[in-house]
Write a new protein. Sequence first.
Length: 430
Amino acid sequence: MTQRIDKGLIAEENAKLEADLKEDYQALGNKLSREGINIDEITAKAQEFQIAVPSWGTGTGGTRFARFPGEGEPRNIWEKLEDSAVINDLSQCTERVSPHFPWDKVDDFSELKQTSDNLNLKWDSINSNTFQDQPGQEHSFKYGSLSNTSQASRDLAIQHNLDCIEYGKALDSKTLTVWVGDGSNHPGQQHFQHAFERYLESMKTIYAGLPADWELHIEHKMFEPAFYSTIIQDWGSNVLAAMELGPQAKSLVDLGHHAPNVNIEMIVSRLIQFKKLGGFHFNDSKYGDDDLDSGSLHPYQQFLIFNELVDAEYRQQAEFGPNYMLDQSHNVTDPIESLMNSAASVQRSYVSALIVDREKLTGYQTANDALMCSNILKKAFTTDVSPILEMARLQKGGAIDPIAVYRKSGYRAQAGVERPNTGGNGSGIV
Ligand code: LRH
Ligand code: MN
């Protein structure tokens, strides 16, 4: 059992930064109060913000070419939970972990639930996996899972998703996320409508297995592993499926699953308007589904997405309560550092969107004063809200500077001792 980050070390390191933080917080507070904004109210909202960590993101990721394992990698869900607890101890906004099955499968789910309780962690959305065949699997997913022409493969995929719901019940989760790689590589290989009909038929059986208080999140993706067509290729196919299935089915937006330059914030606005926004997989990308650290390339886009989300809160949009989660692959950084950085980046986008002067914006929109509309958003985006994020962490018992405390703790080196590298470079995202 790798040691949690010592609370004494967090306090010691915070003490070195607290005076400067208080000065900066005061200065920002003065600036915001001139605009009629109470900084403490914003900090309180920042403290409520939560974003889930993907269990598979705590290990070093790779590509189809290679994966270069890092020091002290978590080898199973127990060690992934330990690392997730460290991330939450320092960032104080990642108390939920999203598992992936069968990667995180255990024999005793009550023991897993007990362990997460001891680590003050909760379980977020359950991710099923019908994009890989398991050893000895009778009916392959090579030509698809929920949309496969083979009823036997479809039944296997359906049963796996129903099993995932059972695992989720044992962990007190309330959501099943279904992403499938089903699609084709050659024009003509698949009958688009028949394939979609088979997918919907399968999903209806899974939907019928949902407890009344659960949601089913459908994740679209432009391509990969299929390179000509994908069964749920874009938000259009996604929302059509969610509407066809029923009120508990909603659409999940993984930022990296869109072509470059797609206006994702407008897709978010549409899904909000039609009460079909289930949640997000935050990450960043330049070309394909790169799964890079959130906000590392397009922080303004991430802010604009939160501008839509905060606007919905501001308008008290009915049936609005999307789930936030990271979905990243850390090939060259320490996954714990990247996940803490990314959680703070998404929290920053939320806080920046909270200080947008929405009344003024509405006025300029009505007056078609395009320049001032853009300036209102830019002003919020360019205001450095770091003191609010740091104060929110400090007041919740986290670290003002999570990376500095983590590095000082020597946690990774200790994990390296306790979790000898099993070698096996291999390839693949996890
Ligand atoms: C697909 C995806 C999906 C997960 C997988 C690990 O690209 O984004 O959300 O199941 O990554
Ligand atoms: Mn995803």
